[in-house]
Design a protein around this ligand. Structure first.
Ligand code: SUG
Length: 466
């Protein structure tokens, strides 16, 4: 289903000096395959494999470099300090570091793996963000996700909240909310889409949840529904979104059972373009109709929607290729040149014929996607993290962007410094048995501090240990 915009729509140049910034989570030195996420098929399938944190971080940095080269506003979020020794001590593992690690390895290896997890790299789950143009009071709003659906992921929230406050410190521009109660799972921006004619224009927000008040009758049978409707509604309230600017949509339980643990595995959007799989939402047709009507009633113009049917790409192929877990970004533009929309997706999409065919078809004319860029992210993909998972979108006006902590902006010099840092501090081979080694624990903590140094965040008051 698609409806070409009456005017240039997606191909019109950006207006009003607001850009979408992509904040990528740099992979941490303890990146490993611990099989920590039930319902995330890649994580389950790769449990116990040898990981390569150095390659993982370099792959992520290369993606950032390519986006920067395309002219996308790019920034970097540091990894969190791991292992979370204080957390392990709080769970009753006492004594020197070597004793804590040894006892956890013997008695509760899953807790040790959680304490080491580098999952903060998937920054689409870090927070939900609302641009100032939509938030009523004019400030950019942030709610760190509680990630209550996973022990290892829930460990991220405290540090994420501190990081966001350090990076977006200027209270005249940025508002920070507390994370939501853990009873309401909140997985952040991975389940949130914003539709608007341009980044600068007011938008319509789509909050996608897995279960909740209205959805309890139809929950997935096999895998958990991580995100609650109540969480989405609370974020919309916190951020001052007018009711007509928020639509709440339930994920299809069958999609969750097919491995779609976040909406960004099966649906995406960029400005006036919405693209999803037929099986993504509980009642996709009705939801899209509601979105079209709402979008039009806000005076935003026509919404271009594209639904990929199951007979073209099965849910299983969508999940294994991460076709929808792409970054759709506005590139080019300038004084009198129209911008184009680029698809940045994983190499895996090239390898599946059905998926490649759909992409080629989209570019050939059936949708407003102009170019395809394949990126190599295999280390992250094996844990279920594609290009979209690795970045948090933050729409900023120019004056807001100037208020950012300057050290997190991507520059070629900073890229080179991070590559050097990764090459000298990150291991290229980590096995599950390494987790009990106190030397490696120390190496991980030292490497994280070296990254903070490059990003100018060493004195930002971030927690030193978790
Ligand atoms: O939460 N994987 C992450 C992947 C997150 C992907 N993010 C988005 N879709 N936005 C998760 O399931 C696996 C870690 C391990 O098994 O070691 C993990 O946490």
């Amino acid at each position: 289903m698609s409806a070409p915009p009456a005017t240039g729509g997606a191909h019109e140049p950006a207006i009003g000096g607001a850009r979408e910034w992509n904040f990528d989570g740099l992979v941490g030195p303890s990146h490993s395959y611990a099989g920590l996420s039930p319902g995330n098929l890649a994580s389950e399938a790769h449990r116990g494999r040898v990981s390569n944190p150095r390659a993982a971080a370099l792959q992520g940095l290369e993606k950032m470099r390519r986006l920067h080269e395309l002219g996308v506003a790019q920034a970097i979020l540091p990894p969190h300090p791991r292992p979370a020794l204080r957390w392990l001590r709080g769970l009753g593992f006492a004594g020197e570091t070597s004793r804590v690690l040894g006892a956890a390895a013997r008695e509760a290896p899953h807790l040790l793996a959680a304490a080491y997890s580098a999952s903060s790299m998937w920054s689409a789950n870090a927070a939900t963000v609302t641009p100032g143009v939509d938030s009523g009071g004019g400030r950019v709003h942030f709610t760190p996700a509680n990630l209550a659906g996973g022990l290892h992921r829930g460990l991220e929230t405290t540090y994420t909240a501190a990081l966001l406050r350090a990076i977006f410190a200027d209270e005249t521009h940025f508002a920070h909310h507390p994370p939501l109660p853990a009873a309401w799972g909140d997985e952040g921006a991975a389940n949130h889409l914003r539709l608007a004619p341009s980044h600068a224009a007011p938008g319509l927000h789509v909050f996608v949840y897995g279960g909740g008040a209205a959805g309890d009758a139809a929950l997935p049978r096999r895998y958990p529904a991580r995100h609650r409707e109540e969480a989405s509604r609370a974020v919309a309230r916190q951020h001052g979104l007018a009711p007509e600017r928020a639509v709440f949509v339930q994920q299809a339980p069958a999609a969750i059972d097919a491995g779609v643990f976040h909406n960004d595995v099966i649906a995406t959007a960029d400005r006036d373009f919405l693209w999803l799989h037929e099986g993504a939402w509980a009642d996709a047709e009705m939801a899209i109709e509601t979105l079209r009507r709402r979008y039009a009633s806000l005076g935003a113009g026509p919404l271009w929607s594209e639904v990929t049917p199951t007979h073209q790409v099965s849910l299983a192929d969508a999940v294994s290729s991460y076709l929808f877990n792409c970054q759709l970004v506005e590139v080019g533009g300038g004084e009198d040149r129209a911008t184009t929309r680029a698809w940045i997706g994983p190499e895996e999409c090239r390898e599946l014929e059905t998926v490649r065919a759909v992409l080629e078809d989209l570019v050939a004319g059936s949708a407003p996607i102009d170019t395809l860029h394949f990126v190599e992210l295999r280390e992250s993909m094996r844990n279920g993290g594609g290009p979209a998972c690795l970045r948090l979108r933050v729409v900023l006006r120019d004056d807001e962007a100037r208020a950012l902590h300057p050290g997190v902006r991507f520059t070629p010099e900073r890229h080179a410094a991070l590559v050097a840092c990764v090459e000298s501090h990150y291991r290229d081979r980590v096995e599950p048995s390494d987790l009990a080694d106190p030397e490696w624990a120390q190496e991980c903590l030292t490497a994280q501090r070296a990254v903070l140094e490059v990003l100018g965040l060493s004195d930002a008051g971030l927690p030193e240990a978790l």
